[in-house]
Design a protein around this ligand. Sequence first.
Ligand code: ATP
Ligand code: MG
Length: 362
Amino acid sequence: MAKYEIATIDGDGIGPEVCQSAITVLKEACGSGLLAFTGHDGGADHYVKSGHVLPDDTYAACKAADAILHGAAGMPGVTYPDGTEVGNDLHLRLRFRLDLYANVRPIRLYQGVDSPLKHFKPGQIDYVIVRENTEGLYASRGGGIVLRDEVATDTIVVTRKGIERVARFSFELARQRKGAPRDGKRRVTVCDKANILRTYAFFRSVCDDVAAAYPDVDIDYAYADAITVHMLKRPDFYDVIVAENMFGDIISDLGAATIGGMGLSASAELGDTHGLFQGAHGSAPDIAGQNAASPLATILSGALMLRWLGDKHADAALTDAAQRIELAVEQVLAKGDHVPRDLGGTASCTDMTQAVCRALSR
Ligand code: ATP
Ligand code: MG
């Protein structure tokens, strides 16, 4: 019997292609006996067929599994009877029900990638965005009000408990990060708008309270507007950035653009017990079913899954496999024989999968 159960959900659009690609690579890296993958239904297409976006048995399997690997969910035009879009509800429901409060998005520039910031050396852009995932402005989703077709409101809610846990997560992550610290000390940057809104001032002050327990880590602050400039001008300054839900969403897409785009942007959504791993991109319906998607974001998310499991269970075999996958991706990109289409190349999803598997076996 395998040691770790991985629940997988292909989802919609390019979800099945990229999810199956990551499974192939994970199997190649881990061999037999370590991971067992079981596929489950869910998403917008499944809603059309069955009336369920997150079937009970899928939820139960995700809850019971050691980790969840997800392709992507969402199909434009698929709506609930009240007319609202199903979108990536599968993912959102899992996020809330499994309390995945920290969304971790590494921003790492790989050699050979045609990024707008390619004048930086790969090691210079290497930081992590931690997006608070369960509250903030997006917690208002579905709860906003439109008054007489004239005025609309949404409510931003942050709680001490919610901020504390994501701040603590970020400081712990900073402590664990490998590689040379910036200016000799690890750093957490709090991204907010404390000068304008009470909620963000509170977010900052609770982060300050948490920081007191981490004298070995510097705390730094950036307004959400200013950080978009800094991320382009001096990305080498950053180590860990913690942000409220919506700001985290926005700056992580910007961060992804600086390293070559969404096709390279891995993501882990973590709680105290559960972890869900998928690329930071959506289901990209425009290129679905064409074998044109880049699987690299999902493959790298699979590596994050192995790292997280490896730390949790003190299992070096997993950490080692994670490192080998990251190295294999690095080698494929540096070599430049196989370049995915979103990075200007012609390699298909399967070409990229095979190239990473070949690099792994070397
Ligand atoms: P979401 O609302 O879930 O964030 P989105 O509307 O932001 O989704 P994405 O699906 O993330 O949209 O992607 C935007 C575009 O980027 C896609 O339409 C597609 O062309 C491109 N894209 C996204 N992911 C990939 C990928 N893995 N490989 C290649 N191109 C991609
Ligand atoms: Mg998006």
